[in-house]
Design a protein around this ligand. Structure first.
Ligand code: PLP
Length: 368
């Protein structure tokens, strides 16, 4: 542990995964599911993914032709971008963005075009984007737009109206939507997760990415997937084969068991995170942070202007070295670091005692 700090930086839970899926993984290893799975994913897991998309989003997906299981949604995203992009293409990315999207676009030969999500103002509104700015980012070079909802780092949950606006641009400019829905079950305050693929006109132009990491608290298992129309799936499967051959075989079996959990599991998951959010946020406010209330995912973006530091990186360094709490500087989520210079992100996917200890340490900011 660096400087003995409490780690509210990275988005991994510090509590146990569900006993049922650990048992399913143990049983799969004991039953010798120890060799390569089918390159594009164990049939049981693909069937379970198709079933869940049917139940959750009303989508009909062919598990034989439209699903590729990868080593985490991270691989699903880069495999998709490598599969669909050519040199000179552009990919629209909302910022602040999950750190991988920019480098992913560049590695695939495309150029990222950033569109700002603007923080809520004092009227209690939500993170929003400017419709005209989004339209300006689309042109004949645009290949795809990446939409991450619920969103890391902002906690924004895109509304149906926003998704429809993006849909209309995708149709008008013949652009693909690549959606990262890894936090789909972590929702608060009555918000609803809407898969872009479920919107009229989007089924045939959407790649839906998801995975086990966040929903089942197993970020180290590295199981994720991309769901896409057959032609795009064929391209993704080729890239995936050469990148990693396949995802861990016994953990895919456990994934099939996990995707069969009842609605109660997902309700409790969201409720657990709501209670953690409502535990951490008052402590951050008391310590002097301005919090942007997340409606989904498990992060709080904060404004640090009140502390008067030069920038986010020097403040994050002070927090880890002198206060004993690790965070992520806001600039890591922006193309131009200056745009994040007044922001810091906290992750609250932690035990109550971890959050309590962080809160206790952060109160030192008040005394300094
Ligand atoms: N996508 C987003 C938005 C994330 O926040 C993360 C992890 O923090 C990932 C993807 C990584 O997912 P995986 O573990 O499936 O590769």
């Amino acid at each position: 542990m660096l400087h003995g700090a409490v780690n509210l930086a990275q988005g991994f839970p510090d509590f146990s995964a569900p006993a049922e899926i650990k048992l399913a993984a143990q049983q799969a290893v004991a039953a010798d599911v120890n060799q390569y799975a089918i390159t594009w994913g164990a049939k049981k897991l693909r069937d379970a993914i198709a079933r869940r998309l049917g139940v959750g989003q009303g989508l009909t997906v062919d598990p034989e032709k439209e699903i590729t299981v990868c080593c985490g949604s991270t691989e699903a995203m880069i495999a998709t971008l490598l599969a669909v992009s050519n040199a000179g293409d552009e990919v629209v990315v909302f910022e602040p963005f999950y750190e991988n999207y920019g480098p992913d676009a560049v590695l695939s030969g495309a150029r990222p075009r950033f569109v700002k999500l603007r923080p809520p103002n004092d009227d209690g509104n939500e993170w929003t984007f400017d419709e005209k700015e989004l339209r300006r980012a689309f042109d004949r070079h645009t290949k795809a737009i990446i939409v991450n909802t619920p969103n890391n780092p902002t906690g924004k949950v895109f509304t149906r109206a926003e998704l429809e606006l993006i849909r209309d641009l995708c149709v008008e400019f013949d652009v693909l939507a690549i959606t990262d829905e890894i936090y789909e079950h972590i929702l608060y305050d009555g918000t609803e997760h809407i898969s872009m693929a479920s919107l009229d006109g989007m089924r045939e132009r959407t790649v839906t990415i998801n995975g086990m990491s966040k929903t089942y608290s197993v970020t180290g298992w590295r199981v994720g997937w991309a769901v896409a129309p057959e032609k795009i799936t064929n391209a993704i499967r080729k890239v995936h084969d050469f990148l990693t051959v396949g995802a861990p075989a016994p953990l895919q079996e456990a994934g099939a068991a996990a995707l069969g959990f009842s609605a109660e599991y997902y309700r409790k998951l969201a409720e657990g995170y709501r209670s953690r959010r409502d535990h951490l946020m008052p402590a951050l406010t008391a310590a002097g942070f301005q919090c942007f209330r997340p409606r989904g995912a498990y992060y709080v973006m904060t404004d640090i202007s009140a502390f008067g530091f030069k920038d986010d990186v020097s403040f994050a360094k002070y927090l880890v070295e002198d206060i004993g709490v690790a965070t992520v500087p806001g600039s890591s989520f922006y193309n131009d670091p200056r745009d994040g210079a007044k922001q810091i992100r906290f992750a609250f996917c932690k035990k109550p005692e971890t959050l309590d200890e962080a809160a206790r340490r952060l109160m030192r900011l008040r005394r300094n």
